[in-house]
Ligand binder design. Structure first.
Ligand code: 5AD
Ligand code: SF4
Length: 451
């Protein structure tokens, strides 16, 4: 698409702002590297940038609406050095879902790029500079990863996207439409990228995918491997201390690859004792209406299989309250499931109708006030379990991966194997694995003492 717009001075500085999931964080880092490789400079903290990339999330209405308020804010206040408004690029899932609409609604936006097309950012940028507003929401699988430059310096805990897209079509969810069908990145590319991440400073890698446990590939000998095989290969990288993965789907745990992944939790010491396995609801009627392929009992049985091989595993989940037709009794089943699991942490959301999804037009949409009240009760229960999980960790000895400085002099912050935040005082540096005793639990973090 093109529109009548004026040529502008090429941007010298940029900022990428990512919203939503960890995959967007990964994509945002890759876009920053791509722009850096084109000679643009990342704007310093608090400084206006010539080019602002909004890497957006479409999962719930509020996330999507935030794009327009950000555009409004930037076009009024985000001045460039020469006094002109910054060039605004909209990337991510809102770009994919509403590209043309954004162009029509927000004249300040110079280009729109979907999550599968951002390797073409430099070309789109040149068009925008010449005054042609451009939209690219093509979905050529794989092309973008091959076209991206190598990683630069990375944080001790790095993300690596191994799988994208979703074929599950839960009736409330836009992901199958915005991120496309499930695809797995090739084994060899992932091993090579992990190697480079470790060389660039990563000590922990979190493998990302909308259905990460659906990842499949072929190893160097041409044998079919699942996620456990990939994790085992990455474990051979010297200097990589920890491996995590997220987000998993219960349906992909019942396959041969899923069974191998469960077994890996009992065998691979670099694989951290943590599992993020969304359940969404504890009511079988609601789960069926959501087109989830599991019921509550099946989900609980699955968790038991993880616990059998790794009794200390920390469990995490996603929940939606107020799915169309959800009754008080059905919501009570969700609370019951939460108590049965004892989550170490979890994410919970009010149902948000998304255009084009089957649930958006279902009868008996739940009133906002009812959703608010249910969300409060659910979050109170999840908070209690999180605190209890932290309290039960007191007295444990473990390693903490130092991610940043704390607020107090000499204080460091990092994560335990169970993904809890821990803080302690020590002579340490970012990227160190410090052995500590966990001494005191709060609702959201633990105090630790170096051994
Ligand atoms: N409304 C509310 N929450 C949603 N999620 C996905 N779609 C919606 C929606 N329409 C939640 C699910 C999913 C998480 C990433 O976001 O819990 O697991
Ligand atoms: Fe969305 Fe369901 Fe796919 Fe998760 S599994 S991304 S909730 S459709």
């Amino acid at each position: 698409m093109s529109d009548a717009a004026q040529p502008i001075a090429p941007p010298r500085t940029f900022r990428v702002t990512s919203f939503g999931c960890q995959m967007n964080v990964y994509d945002g880092e890759r876009m920053a590297e791509l722009l850096g490789s084109q000679g643009l400079e990342e704007a310093a903290e608090g400084e206006n940038a010539d080019l602002v990339v909004l890497n957006t999330c479409h999962i719930r209405e509020r996330a999507a609406e935030r794009v327009y308020s950000n555009i409004g804010h930037l076009s009024k206040r985000g001045r460039r050095a020469d006094g002109s408004a910054p060039l605004i690029a909209v990337a991510g899932c809102v770009a994919q879902a509403e590209g043309e609409e954004i162009m029509a609604r927000a004249p300040a936006v110079g280009l729109v790029v979907g999550p599968q097309a951002y390797h073409r950012l430099p070309a789109l940028l040149r068009e925008a500079v010449e005054g042609r507003r451009a939209v690219d929401t093509e979905m050529p699988p794989q092309a973008k990863f091959a076209a991206l430059p190598a990683r630069r310096k990375v944080a001790p805990s790095a993300f690596l996207t191994v799988q994208e897209g979703c074929d599950k079509f839960c009736t409330y969810c836009v992901v199958p439409y915005t991120r496309g069908a499930e695809i797995s990145r090739p084994y060899a590319d992932l091993v090579a990228e992990a190697q480079r991440l470790v060389e660039a400073g990563a000590r922990e890698i979190t493998l990302l995918g909308q259905n990460v446990n659906a990842w499949s590939g072929e190893d160097e000998k041409g044998r079919a491997v699942g996620l456990a095989g990939l994790i085992d290969a990455l474990s051979d990288i010297a200097g990589l201390a920890r491996i995590r993965y997220t987000t998993s789907h219960p349906a992909d745990m019942d396959t041969a690859a899923g069974k191998a992944l469960i077994a890996a939790h009992g065998q691979n010491p670099k694989l951290m004792p943590f599992l993020h396995l969304p359940v969404q609801s504890g009511s079988d009627r609601v789960l069926k209406a959501m087109n989830r392929s599991h019921d509550a009992a099946g989900y609980l049985a699955l968790l038991d299989r993880f616990r059998a091989v790794r009794p200390d595993i920390a469990l995490s989940g996603d929940f939606i309250v107020g799915f169309p037709g959800e009754t008080e009794a059905e919501f009570a089943e969700t609370l019951k499931l939460v108590d049965a699991v004892g989550y170490a942490q979890a994410f919970s959301f009010k149902y948000s109708p998304r255009p084009g999804t089957p649930a958006a037009t279902m009868a008996a949409q739940v009133a906002p006030a009812v959703m608010d009240e249910r969300l409060q009760r659910l979050q109170a229960a999840l908070g209690r379990h999180q605190h209890a999980f932290n309290a039960a960790s007191v007295g444990k000895r473990c390693h903490v991966l130092v991610e940043r400085k704390g607020k107090l002099p000499g204080q460091w912050l990092g994560k335990t194997p169970w993904l809890q935040s821990a803080h302690f005082f020590a002579d340490a540096a970012i990227g160190d694995l410090v052995e500590v005793d966990l001494v005191e639990a709060g609702p959201n973090s633990l105090a630790a003492r170096p051994v």
